[in-house]
Design a protein around this ligand. Sequence first.
Ligand code: LLP
Length: 421
Amino acid sequence: MDHFLYRDGVLHAEDVPVPEIAAAVGTPFYVYSTATLLRHFRLFDEALEGTDHLVCYAMKAASNQAILKTLAQAGAGMDVVSGGEYLRAKAAGVPGDRIVFSGVGKTAAEIRLALEGGIRQFNVESEPEMEVLNATALSMGVIAPITIRVNPDVDAKTHAKIATGKSENKFGIPISRALDVYAMAAGLPGLDVIGIDVHIGSQLTELEPYELAYQKVAELTEMLRAEGHDIRRLDLGGGLGIPYARDNQAPPLPSEYGALVKRTLGHLDCEIEIEPGRLIAGNAGLMVSEVIYVKSGEDRDFLIIDGAMNDLIRPAMYDAYHDIVPVVEPDAGIEQAKYDIVGPVCESGDTFAKARVMPPVASGELVAFRSAGAYGAVMSSEYNSRPLIPEVLVHEDQFEVIRARPTFDEMINRDTIPSWL
Ligand code: LLP
């Protein structure tokens, strides 16, 4: 459920008509709903009720300071994957003891940054990383809390580019080597080994892969405890999918996921951490764009809009489906049209949808991409020298720009001319 509904035929973000935002900030833009962000965070929090837990929002999904602050004030922790994300989380007021640091390639500088600023734990992904972390902690006279990310070799049944839990993926250490790697970690004085981490992929639409992975984590917990490791925290990653198309079967709910977590891992009496990103931010955001032209091709009509692949890369990158709807509902009974919906960027990959059936729209009218809140703005670029599009946050009947569109001068002046020119 989200808070983008039609009222009197006009799409609203909470209590704000979307055309009002378009008039104020220009198109294209991203708009997020505070109520949806909070609702989704709370669904996870409630799903784990009765366990000692922390929901660490995977901020890679949407990392604007205003979004982070909204979630942090509701009690969320953050899952970060770079020094930049760590500093962004801190800048939004998230205390270090609510930040977990994931990722396969943390540098010594990033590790130092987090140890200096405070960290809940590092999710370590390899032996060489463990050694760098140990040496860095010792050189600073501190002890780094860690979990070790294991790769359970489970098929997450999602798009290949976002599956992470198979043995051919770069993530985690093979679960078959876990006992040796934990033994090695226990011998490193700069590390405090507190738990296990697992994350098998993103946009999962079934619970079965989680079940397989979490059963393996439960077995591993018991084996490690038997060897004397004090396993007391399980970080279970993120990945629960969202319904992108309104007619498809909805993925499992956070409550069903929470029940699975309790069923497979509850008996271990560990603190539970989860790292959802998409399910919190995805349906909390729209990308709104204006139709520039409707162009007749040989055998189809093209809807040429002012948003492009540089603003929302998911369709080009993962063949992702986004629902695209007119912001002003057409009159009842009007015949549907069929379009290839494309942006102005100079490549054919700049296609959002092919043969999409939707109500007819005309030049100058607005369309909204649903489910664009996660992996939208954060993955955008200035390709074709198109300035990054603004982000807007709505709260009930208020809206504010939370990242402004840069001017052309700001964009151009970021480059510097070398002395010989
Ligand atoms: N934890 C870790 C360690 C992750 O790598 C990820 C996502 C998450 C949590 C959050 O997963 P989520 O709950 O959002 O599924 N750009 C792609 C998605 C990449 C996901 C990367 N890792 C897309 O647009 O579909």
